[in-house]
Structures are given as structure tokens and as C-alpha cells.
Write a protein that binds this ligand. Structure first.
Ligand code: UGA
Length: 438
């Protein structure tokens, strides 16, 4: 919304949420999420044509177009628990829109939701329309956290799904014209509603599949002496494969990949396609295995026991340049190390200590074996091993000679992101392990 406000100054954008605290944060000097470049754009547009408020009803009345961007978490109860998306918030938004609408509106689904949700929205709106006309569009977002502003500025494509009716086509044109203010027309793809919704899930499934594929190969590399970065480089040169998203890691995290794949799995099962469901589910299973494999290697290397040993975990966010920790591999790594009775000291440049403790232990829970440090150096003091879990740039620039001197001997480095110069660390005296190399 900030990017639309920036690029199309004559459009007034109102962002509304029932959560007062969130809205206050958006109106303050410290935005509630960390995203490089976002502060500048909000700084330029807030108070001009970008407004944040809790007046949901007023914003619905004032709007010609309403973007629905509520959470669609995985269901934790009842039918489809653990796989299907929980559409409570979508449904409640549809009801709220129908309740307050005072004229025709274009409703744009921005939340990632399983196919055919637009139909649900349409049904709820139609049943409560009071004579008003609603067009529902699907406009999934493909930005990645950490690079969101650049992705929004120059997207590979913008996808807009709409009904194949004259009203649907007209609504699609209105939205396409907004994006066309800064995105080339040939990058704006229009499809039917269902294709658009499904494309979002499938795009994430394909991306996650590449990571699980290279991670599966990383295990083979460790067993055989190949180097996974060399293999990725060699296969990525094939233009049919391409070089991106081939970085072996401790496992993918984030709020989207696992959730979207499990949604896809649920859909396939629902439509009687168990083989297809099993195929995609294996991407998530491989990722879970990769996370366990990383901790297993730490334990094995430290002479089969980490009990009472201090392990410094560097990085907690699910990737660099974000403070988002949802589904971060660091959560499983810390939990498993605590399960082995290790002393776990975590440092992350952007994630608050409270958030780290809540993710690992559960809100309000305490465990004296989990400590959060305020620098990488502090975290590694007296540690037996350090494990890089997030690829923050600052970890590459650490003074490893000083760190080595402050650690227990023998000192181990487990690089879960393959960002460190392992031969150099070896020369200092560390025992080193990367992913898919050793
Ligand atoms: C992902 C997609 O990349 C976006 O296109 C999509 O819009 C977004 O989900 C979404 O559905 O909202 P995001 O989760 O923000 O974006 O971040 P990614 O850059 O995709 O990284 C996901 C995870 O995969 C991270 O833990 C990252 O470290 C890991 N990863 C990524 C690897 O382990 N190896 C790689 O080569 C690339």
C-alpha cells in the first residue's frame, strides 16, 4: 500500500486494522516491522496520501477498492487441522465489508488463500449485499521479506485474476491501470480467479521445492566429499535450471512456504489426488529432516553430547534483513539443543530477546538454559561451538581470531548458511562444518 501511495499520489490509501497498538506503531517513528527501505517510503507518503487508522467502517465506506490482507494461518483445529488454511479472518472481513458498504466496491484478495476462496467471499458479499455490486479480484503478492521494496518497485510480474465477465474484466482493468503507473504492461498478467489463486500456492511450492532438492543433495555431498555450492553453481549454469534459489541451508523458514505447501497438499487430498499430495508433502518433510540433521551434526561432532555445553546460535530471523521469526529454522535448532540439555545463547541483530524466548519456549515460559546475548562476541564467550543459522552480513565480518580465543577448546563452527570462509577459520584452529561440505 505504501508503494501504491508513493507511485500514484492522487490515490488516497487508508490502511485500517482493528488492532490499535499496531496502527499506533504504523503512525509512530518505529514501524512495527523491519524492512529495508520501507521507512523512507512511509516517511514520504504518510499523512500525504497514506493514512493508518482503526476506523474500519469509515474506510470501507470511503473506498472504491478494498484490499484484503488479513492473516490466513494454518488451521489448528477440526477438519484439515495442520494443513488447511484458517479462513476465519477472511470470512469476518467479508462480513464487515458487506455490513458497511454503501455503494459498489472492488474487493482485492491480497492474502494468500487456497483456491476458490474468492467464491466464499463473493457468496458472503452477495448474501449481505443490500443491493450493492461487488467485484472480487485475486492479486497475490510475490515480494520476499528483506527485499520487499525492491521487489515491489520492479516485480517480475503482477498477477491479477478476475471473473471472465464484463464487470470482472472492467475491475481487472482498474487494478491493472494502477500497477501500470510503474510496472511495464507486459509484466501485468491477467487470468481467471482460480488460476491466480492457484498460481500463488504453486509458485511458493516450486521455490521451496528447489531448496529441499538442493538440501537433499547437501546430505549426499557430506557423505561423499562433494561440495554443494560447487554442485549448485555447476547445475545453475544450465539456463533451464537457473542459478537462483539453489542455496543449501539449515532449512527454509518464513510464514509462507510451509503453510502454502500444506495448503496445496490439503487441496490435492480434497480433490482425490493422494499421489500429488504426497509428492508436495515430501518438500516439507525434507525441510524438517534438514533442520534435525543440522542439530544432529552438532551433537555428533561435540563427541555425542552437548549436555551443559554452551552453544552460540548466531541469527534467529528466518533470513537476513528481517525481524520475522515465523517458522525460522532457528526455532527447531534451539529447541533440539535444549532437548539435549545444552546451554543455548542466541544473538540476532534485529529480533528482540522476548520474541526469541517466546518462539522457542512458548509465551511466558522460562528456561535458564536459553539466554539471549546482545552481540555475537558476547554469545560466543566461553562457548564450545557456534552455529550460524541466519545469514546476516555482520557475521561475515566478525573478528574470528578474538572469538576463537574466547571459546572452549576445541572450538567448533557450524555454518548453516555457508557464508563463512571455512578454510580461513580452519587455519585459525576452529573445527568447521558447513552445509553440504566438510
Ligand atoms: C517467499 C517467496 O520467495 C515470495 O515470492 C513470496 O511472495 C513470499 O514467500 C510469500 O508468499 O509471502 P519469503 O518467505 O519472504 O518469500 O522469503 P524467501 O526469500 O523466499 O526465503 C524463504 C526461506 O528460504 C528463508 O528461510 C531462506 O533463507 C530460505 N532459502 C531461500 C534457502 O534456504 N535457500 C535459498 O536458495 C533461498
Amino acid at each position: 500500500m505504501a508503494m501504491i501511495a508513493l507511485k500514484v499520489p492522487e490515490i488516497e490509501v487508508r490502511v485500517v486494522d482493528m488492532n490499535r497498538e499496531r496502527i499506533e506503531a504504523w503512525n509512530s517513528a518505529t514501524l512495527p516491522i523491519y524492512e529495508p527501505g520501507l521507512e523512507e517510503v512511509v516517511g514520504q507518503t504518510r499523512g500525504r496520501n497514506l493514512h493508518f487508522s482503526t476506523d474500519v467502517a469509515g474506510a470501507i465506506k470511503a473506498a472504491d477498492m478494498i484490499f484484503v490482507a488479513v492473516n490466513t494461518p494454518t488451521k489448528t483445529y477440526g477438519v484439515g487441522a495442520g494443513r488447511a488454511a484458517d479462513l476465519r479472518f477472511i470470512e469476518s472481513v467479508a462480513r464487515t465489508i458487506a455490513e458497511h458498504a454503501n455503494g459498489p466496491k472492488i474487493i482485492v484478495e491480497k492474502s494468500t488463500i487456497p483456491v476458490k476462496t474468492a467464491e466464499t467471499i463473493k457468496e458472503i458479499l452477495a448474501a449481505n449485499a443490500r443491493g450493492h455490486h461487488f467485484e472480487v479480484l485475486s492479486n497475490p503478492e510475490f515480494l520476499a521479506e528483506g527485499t520487499a521494496m525492491a521487489d515491489l518497485l520492479a516485480p517480475d510480474r503482477v498477477l491479477i485474476g478476475g471473473e471472465r465477465t464484463s464487470g470482472g474484466a472492467a475491475a481487472v482493468r482498474v487494478l491493472a491501470d494502477i500497477y501500470a503507473r510503474w510496472v511495464q504492461r507486459d509484466r501485468i498478467i491477467t487470468t481467471n480467479l482460480w488460476s491466480s489463486e492457484l498460481s500463488k500456492l504453486v509458485a511458493n511450492a516450486f521455490l521451496a521445492q528447489r531448496i529441499s532438492s538442493i538440501n537433499s543433495v547437501s546430505a549426499l555431498c557430506e557423505a561423499t566429499g562433494a561440495d554443494v555450492d560447487e554442485v549448485a553453481h555447476a547445475i545453475g549454469k544450465d539456463s533451464r535450471i537457473g542459478p537462483k534459489f539453489l542455496k543449501a541451508s539449515v532449512g527454509f523458514g518464513g510464514s509462507c512456504f510451509q503453510k502454502d505447501i500444506l495448503n496445496l497438499v490439503y487441496l490435492c487430498e480434497h480433490f482425490g489426488l493422494p499421489e500429488v499430495a504426497a509428492y508436495w508433502e515430501s518438500v516439507v518433510k525434507m525441510n524438517d529432516w534438514q533442520k534435525r540433521r543440522f542439530t544432529g551434526r552438532i551433537v555428533r561432532s561435540l563427541f555425542n553430547s552437548v549436555a551443559d555445553k554452551k552453544i552460540a546460535v548466531l541469527g534467529f530471523a528466518f533470513k537476513k534483513d528481517t525481524n520475522d521469526t515465523r517458522e525460522s529454522a532457528a526455532i527447531s535448532v534451539c529447541r533440539e539443543l535444549l532437548g539435549e540439555l545444552a546451554q543455548v545463547v542466541v544473538y540476532d541483530p534485529k529480533v528482540p530477546a522476548e520474541q526469541i524466548r517466546a518462539e522457542v519456549l512458548g509465551r511466558g515460559q522460562e528456561n535458564s538454559r536459553l539466554v539471549v546475548a546482545s552481540s555475537a562476541c558476547e554469545a560466543t564467550q566461553g562457548a564450545h561451538a557456534l552455529a550460524v543459522v541466519t545469514e546476516w552480513d555482520e557475521f561475515k565480518a566478525l573478528d574470528f581470531e578474538a572469538i576463537f580465543a574466547g571459546m572452549q577448546q576445541p572450538a567448533f563452527v557450524f555454518d548453516g548458511r555457508n557464508i563463512l570462509d571455512l578454510p580461513k577459520l580452519k587455519a585459525i584452529g576452529f573445527r568447521v562444518c558447513g552445509i553440504g561440505k566438510c
